[in-house]
Design a protein around this ligand. Sequence first.
Ligand code: UFG
Length: 340
Amino acid sequence: MHFLITGGAGYIGSHACLRLLDEGHEVTIVDSLRRGHQGAIDAIRSAGGDRVAFVHVDLSDTARLTSTLVDRRIDTVMHFAALTYVGESMEKPLEYYQTNLGGGLSLLEAMREASVRRIVFSSTAATYGEPPPEAMPITETTPQRPINPYGASKLQFEHVLRAECAALKDERPLAAVALRYFNVAGSDARGRVGEDHRPETHLIPICLEVALGKRPHLTVFGEDYPTPDGTCIRDYVHVEDLVDAHVAALRAIEPGRFKCWNIGIGRGYSVREVLESCRRVTGHPIPAQKGERRPGDPPSLYADPSAIACDLGWQAKHTDLDGIVRTAWEWMRRHPRGYA
Ligand code: UFG
């Protein structure tokens, strides 16, 4: 099959490209390189040779997306391109809606024009907002009440996909799957691509940057949450398991149907537990300081991934936190300056 991968130069998109190439598929990457990296494209090219194409384009360019879909004879789209910082979305809501919702609309328009009717969309646990502790673990039917423009823009695009799948009198109805990711972590086992966010705001890479000597310490955002050790709890899912879920989702994609699944390991780890794991894996003391709570951080978020296990047989293989952290550390140790 031939896939269009939006955001293929980013963290998750680049891992998806490698997985699809490993399965023998072709990939055409579209990326604006605003947040993605040329280095990731180079790594994907060296893995896939002439089964990889790259088109440097912004999602707002519907005409170019359409011609790419037609010229490259695309069967299926995996849509990763997005702005993904919760905090930044509170400062620049318009940019978030423009990119995550507007960019998605442009892509769907191009897909309709080009008669490409299959899409797997990167959604997020941020669409659930701040469910109460008794709502844990989160199922797909937990009410979606996002508390920031990032989560809201992703949820709105889910609504658009759902409506487009159900469009009346559509001779070629859309087939769509939304995967709601929890906290994605780790790197390709073979070290071909990895995580390089600028700025970095995520817990595991920040701990590892301290171990590399790039930062003096970790600041723990709040130690007075109603959790066993007072720090926030999250569900960390390995990026390779996540891309496996995308491949599994392809088996379920059906014209005229919108489907969604949570992607997590089904248990949470606290910030303290993650810090301890990073200390064990790196052998570095990773100093930590107590900080204020970060606005918009729910105390606890973890998935009930049983729906996708039951429907598609997908289950995370990496359930050991040290194992997840180790793959992130391997890549970071070898690429202390990321793709730079
Ligand atoms: N944290 C710290 N110090 C830091 C960075 C993070 O204490 O320097 C804490 C946060 O407060 C949070 C936990 O570590 O409690 C995890 O934070 P991340 O920033 O790594 O991840 P988030 O849970 O905030 O966000 C992730 C994704 C979002 C997604 C969200 C949904 O990055 O895209 O999960 O669950 F929306």
